[in-house]
Design a binder for this molecule. Structure first.
Ligand SMILES: Nc1ncnc2c1ncn2[C@@H]1O[C@H](COP(=O)(O)OP(=O)(O)OP(=O)(O)O)[C@@H](O)[C@H]1O
Ligand SMILES: [Mg+2]
Length: 161
């Protein structure tokens, strides 16, 4: 299990990091985003979608719980889920999410989608001064220390454990 912390100075840094992470993801990956209201979860997902080159702008899905953005040149869809209004794993099951062929990003996913995949990347965004700290934790063989390390901005330091 890899675990690292990254400082994101402003919204553009969060978005740019999402774009960078896109270079390291594969179809079938699950990313679970945690953080308070306004922590930057959608901002990160927007950058990820840009990096993947998927179609359709990534927005806050106020009325839509899950939105699938069709793949661009990378051939990987983005499945963007907002689990805020869902209560527990059973309501997630009802969505019948198809993780195949997509990178799946779930806002408010902790405790709701953890059972969907043994391999998952957890990102927790917390307020730090004016910006944010992203705590990145990898679970399963897919997200070993090296795979998590690859997500860090070049020259980044800030190991948590
Ligand atoms: N690293 C950062 N530093 C400062 N502001 C940031 C940072 N990242 C994102 N923001 C800003 O925080 C605001 C809220 O971002 P966003 O909508 O992505 O949050 P969210 O976690 O998706 O919120 P919600 O819980 O409502 O879904 C935006 O104005 C965004 O620009
Ligand atoms: Mg959001």
């Amino acid at each position: 299990m890899g675990r690292r912390a990254i400082h994101l100075a402003d919204g553009e840094a969060t978005r740019a990091w999402g774009r960078a992470v896109a270079a390291h993801v594969r179809a079938g990956d699950l990313i679970v985003l945690t953080g308070e209201l306004g922590a930057g979860k959608t901002t990160f997902t927007r950058g990820l979608g840009e990096g993947l080159g998927v179609r359709g702008a990534v927005t806050s899905p106020t009325f839509v719980i899950a939105r699938r953005h069709p793949a661009g040149d990378r051939g990987i869809d983005l499945l963007h889920v907002d689990a805020y209004r869902l209560h527990g794993p059973s309501e997630i099951e009802d969505l019948d999410l198809d993780l195949v062929g997509a990178v799946t990003v779930v806002e408010w996913g902790a405790g709701r989608v953890d059972h969907l995949a043994d391999n998952r990347l957890e990102i927790t965004l917390v307020t730090a001064d004016a910006g944010r700290e992203a705590i990145v934790t990898g679970h399963g063989a897919r997200w070993d220390g090296a795979a998590v390390e690859a997500l860090l901005p070049p020259g980044h330091e800030g190991t948590v454990s």
